[in-house]
Each structure stands twice: as structure tokens, then as C-alpha cells.
Write a protein that binds this ligand. Structure first.
Ligand SMILES: [Zn+2]
Length: 199
């Protein structure tokens, strides 16, 4: 590294906590930040703090929000009886960008993964089941990723919610196998939602 300093080291280690950032990239980011005009760097840090303090999880759908509930849950022009279940807020963001979906969301913040100790409790699935049990839900679309864990989670949700008497469907063609919902383009996602199948 360009300078031996515990302060710089702390900055590098902070960047390394971001996904996909290794030691080399973290060093590059740190160097870049230290080369910026001070006010730009302070603005960067203030934006992070403001976002982290001001953004919470919606108590209804667990999407990221700066209002309670989020704008989607509070919007009565949206079909509140149609829930689309996604793994991460990025999945909901990608579907929103498509502009065709008029229902609401439920964000799991992960998928079932027994090997890593992530079960229904860790994902707080009761919150989703309670939404369904609360009535007025006509359909749940499961838009988890098409990975092994995403598929296993979809099957689990279908079994549990099917027992509650609600129609459960899965987005189908269009989303590449092993791919993430957030990486699919808007048109692909629109087709995938359109072509969902019952599970
Ligand atoms: Zn919400």
C-alpha cells in the first residue's frame, strides 16, 4: 500500500466489507477517496450515514424505505392482493423498473440455506404467512432467483402457502438458470412475470 497507517488500513478494511471487493480494489478505492477534494469525500461519508440512519425496512413488506409503511404498501392504486416475493430489495427494484407490475412485494433478505443455518425463522417467513392469513391476498408470485436455494425456497413457500389456500405461482421463462432476478433486463422480467406458472 502507498502508506503505512492504521487510519488508512481501517479505510481499506471498510471497503473490503463490500461484496466483490478484494484487497487490491479496496486499496484503489481508499487511494481514490484520499485523492478527492475533502468536501467530496465528506459528502460521500455523509450520504452513507444519512442513508443508513434514514432508511429502514418496511414493517409490512420488508423492502427498504424512508417512510412507514413504504410507498408501495401505502399506494391504494396498486393491487394489494397480489404479492411478489423477492430475495433482495434489488429484485423488487428491478421489477419496478419494468413498470408492468402493479402488485406489492415481500422481501425475504435471503433464501433458505440449511447448510448455512438459514431456516424459515431467520427469514422471518411468519411475517409473510401472516400477511396471507390476514386475508385479501389472491395470489403470491415467487420471484426468488433460479439458483438451487432459490428454487428450494420457492417450493417451500408454495407448500406452506398452498396449505393456506392461496394461489402460488413462480416466475418462469426468461430468467436465466442460475441467474439473479436483479440482473435480468426489464423486458425479460416483464415476460417472466407474464409467463409465471402455478406451483
Ligand atoms: Zn412495504
Amino acid at each position: 500500500m502507498f502508506i503505512q497507517s492504521p487510519i488508512v488500513e481501517r479505510l481499506i478494511e471498510s471497503f473490503r466489507r463490500l461484496p466483490g471487493v478484494g484487497r487490491k480494489s479496496a486499496e484503489r478505492y481508499a487511494l481514490h477517496l484520499l485523492s478527492m477534494p475533502p468536501e467530496q469525500a465528506f459528502d460521500f461519508s455523509a450520504a452513507m450515514r444519512e442513508a443508513r440512519e434514514g432508511i429502514t425496512w418496511c414493517p409490512v413488506c420488508r423492502n427498504l424505505t424512508d417512510t412507514t409503511p413504504c410507498v408501495v404498501c401505502a399506494d391504494d392504486r396498486r393491487d394489494q392482493s397480489l404479492i411478489c416475493v423477492v430475495e433482495q430489495p434489488t429484485g423488487a427494484m428491478a421489477i419496478e423498473k419494468g413498470g408492468a407490475y402493479r402488485g406489492v412485494y415481500h422481501v425475504l433478505h435471503g433464501v433458505l440455506n440449511p447448510l448455512e443455518g438459514i431456516g424459515p425463522d431467520e427469514l422471518q417467513l411468519e411475517l409473510l404467512f401472516n400477511r396471507v392469513k390476514g386475508g385479501n391476498i389472491s395470489e403470491v408470485i415467487v420471484a426468488t432467483n433460479t439458483t438451487a436455494e432459490g428454487e428450494a425456497t420457492a417450493l417451500y413457500l408454495a407448500r406452506r402457502m398452498g396449505a393456506l389456500g392461496v394461489q402460488v405461482s413462480r416466475i418462469a421463462h426468461g430468467v436465466p438458470m442460475g441467474g439473479g432476478v436483479e440482473y435480468a433486463d426489464a423486458m425479460t422480467l416483464a415476460h417472466a412475470l407474464e409467463g409465471r406458472s402455478r406451483i
